[in-house]
Design a protein around this ligand. Sequence first.
Ligand code: 13P
Length: 248
Amino acid sequence: MALRRFLVGGNWKMNGTKESLGELILNLNTSDLQEETEVVCAAPFIYLDFARSCLDPRISVAAQNCYKESKGAFTGEISPAMIKDCGADWVVLGHSERRHVFGESEELVGQKVAHALEHDLGVIACIGEKLEEREAGTTDDVVFTQTQIIAENVNDWGKVVLAYEPVWAIGTGMTATPEQAQEVHEKLRLWLRANVSDDVADSVRIIYGGSVTGANCRELASQADVDGFLVGGASLKPEFVDIINARA
Ligand code: 13P
């Protein structure tokens, strides 16, 4: 099996000020971070430049969203080219808050994935079922459909990380158990094997998000198909360092 580098993303969401993010960044820059782990911080758009200029170069910067066009009359949107121009190399797309708070459709998420990849951004593509979907037993259908639409828009899987974030686990403290996370990650890898290729199934990182903390990260990280995390609330706290070092 190809070696998959552990990746931990901090999704700061709509939080922070230059002062508080500056403190967070200083803590990251001066902590012992396991070198084998790839670290990405997803900053609010307006702080992309700030985050890139302050963060140690070994930590990458991501935007939390982007639009599907290069430029034009799209008030309030930003393009992958602008993200790159600020020195960020990644974008988070299809986050559950974009899908369910802002009503982004599967189709739009797919178009954004294609456009971001065209502009050479790494894409952290998020998928995940709602509580009622899990309870109705449709988790597989939901995440496979979401993955299918993403896959139709990917021309280079080397630039894509899949983030499985069950909606019921985001910001709720109801972390998926290691078994629940592993079960879905394993099925996603089988889906990639059947629908894309063995090579992609072996090499694509599938990271877990949803109430990851310093206390639960090690057990989750020990699962065979959990290749990292996308962390919300805990990425704003010093314990983010423990999560980065979950495999240490
Ligand atoms: P929490 O870690 O706050 O549950 O958020 C997860 C998330 O949405 C990361 O993108």
